[in-house]
Design a protein around this ligand. Sequence first.
Ligand code: PMP
Length: 386
Amino acid sequence: MATHRTYLDWNATALLRPEARDAMLRALEGPGNASSVHAEGRAARQLIESARAEVAALVGARPVQVTFTSGATEANTMALTPSVGGAGRRDRLFVSAVEHPSVLSSGRFAPEEVEILPVDADGVVDLDALRIALARSDRPLVAVMLANNETGVIQPIAPIAQIVHEAGGLLHVDAVQGAGRIECDIEVLGADLMSLSAHKLGGPQGIGALVRRNDIQVEPLIRGGGQERGLRAGTENVAAIAGFGAAARAAAAGRQAEATRMADLRERAEAGLKAAFPQAVIFGEGAARLPNTSLFAVSGLKAETALIAFDLNGIALSSGAACSSGKVAASTVLKGMGVEPALAAGALRLSLGWSTGEHDIEKWLAALTKVVSGLLIKQQNPVMAA
Ligand code: PMP
């Protein structure tokens, strides 16, 4: 990352932690194929298994519960399958309205088997609506994320798990944005399945994991050579797995101190935003949120134009969902929360991470006044701007 840049888009991807980089460089130095019995093969196996233990520790699981995948998109797709858990078919999939597209696309369920669970104005799943919805299924599978990628809003997973289990269901939790940032113990949360992605916690892109409760069976998406106990075939990406393990360990070790530091920086950013633009709206402000995330809008501002202006000022931000290949599409999350489309079109996301410091927030606040005031004047007087 060029040093003159201010990177505030950690929910899209976190910068690689030095610990992860070192582990990856060491792993690239030459272990063999982890399926080989010779010393080189055993060295690769050793790297994979110690990374598995580090990832398991991050979520309070045992290593055997962790299956490495190409990322959370794959882990979500693998989990959302009618055969999950064995002993007959899950007849219905319920997903919250604010899920990531990789969950909303509903894995291996047919579209007519999927129902959307409503959320309140802060984006939190409505527990009464959940109870009522679950009565429509004998064997439900429910997917609710731990924390939202756009707003940072945290879902009440433990109470949700209780409701789901009482209804005879299984709960899948996309924990991509919460893991390493807030408590994410699979037992404490009561999740049956959980997805993780290395690149949101300072590991490399293209590696993730599906973590399962001990007895939950899953159906492989990719069959072949029997790797990952037959659950995910293909020669393992040893360097990426080693980087994931190192990032998971570093994130777990610094989690509590980092959460306080992030919350202070975010508070400073939001106080500065409100002082400069009292009409600014912060989405999900009334709910528990990740300490590193702020999604806001200033009425009259278009996110796409603002993003470009911030970028030209050396600042990387996002308009909420970055997943649509450079396109700034309308946010389904804000739609689910009932936000007016005109306001949603101006939503900008600030997300912080391990290398963010006070100077980054100061730089952002200085640019904010310049960029937003400039754009609001231009948008109100288009002729003058031409
Ligand atoms: N779920 C959430 C909540 C995410 O934020 C993301 C990444 N944008 C994913 C899933 C997909 O993860 P991956 O990039 O590892 O496929």
